[in-house]
Design a binder for this molecule. Structure first.
Ligand SMILES: *Cc1c(COP(=O)(O)O)cnc(C)c1O
Length: 220
């Protein structure tokens, strides 16, 4: 009889066995202590996700290693961009042109090109952020016109409705993947969708990056 995975390393190992190799696993470590992050790093998990700027910066300074790829995954306030830019490997949730402009400006100051994803609102929940699908055309036109020197859009990100209805979740992820295929200027590589409760559905619908927290680190 095999026992279910219990440690962080075992959970990561079990997930990696199920996730196809073309899909990046980001371990979402928000609210968790650095000891738990160290365990994940020890198990070879270098992509870590955080949603609070101050927490990400504190943890990045704690580990002081370029081995970690820090993903900023939640809503980002314009006034926090300056702090996050030096540390972020990928900023997942760009939900306005103003935010994109600020990331460009702050990245120029530190001589960096920041990789970002455009967040698309796919859920039936008003509180989730992101561009509506019918706003994407004008957003990408504006981005094409602006030519940003210090941001590089790598793809799209979205969150499905928090529901047990798998077919609804699947439909929402399909909308995101279709938008990805439609607006991809050919150099995008990331369609970020899927969390602990819905990552298998997301991968079936074409996710290339899953953001998994509680299934690795336990509930928050
Ligand atoms: C917290 C969070 C996750 C991870 O959620 P889990 O359900 O714990 O896997 C993924 N994406 C975003 C944007 C989050 O804020």
């Amino acid at each position: 009889m095999t026992t279910p995975p219990t440690t962080i390393a075992e959970k990561l190992h079990a997930l990696r066995e199920q996730i196809p190799s073309h899909v990046t696993l980001v371990a979402v470590s928000k609210t968790k202590p650095v000891e738990m992050l160290a365990e994940a790093l020890g198990a070879g998990q270098c992509d870590l996700g955080e949603n609070r700027v101050q927490e990400l910066v504190t943890k990045a300074e704690h580990f002081e290693t370029s081995e970690v790829r820090w993903h900023h995954i939640g809503h980002l306030q314009t006034n926090k961009v300056k702090q996050i830019v030096p540390y972020a490997h990928l900023i997942h949730a760009v939900d306005s042109m103003r935010l994109l402009e600020e990331i460009d400006k702050r990245s120029a100051v530190v001589g960096k090109v920041s990789d970002v994803l455009i967040q698309v609102h796919i859920a039936q929940e008003a509180q989730k952020h992101g561009f509506q699908t019918d706003e994407l055309e004008s957003a990408f036109n504006a981005i094409a016109k602006a030519p940003f020197q210090h941001v590089r859009v790598r793809g799209l990100m979205g969150m499905a409705t928090f529901t047990d209805d798998a077919s609804q979740v699947g439909r929402e992820f399909r909308v995101l993947r279709q938008a990805f295929d439609r607006w991809n200027p050919n150099d995008w590589d990331t369609c970020s969708m899927g969390m602990s409760g819905d990552w298998t559905i997301a991968i079936d619908e074409g996710s290339t990056l899953v953001r998994i927290g509680s299934a690795i680190f336990g509930s928050r």
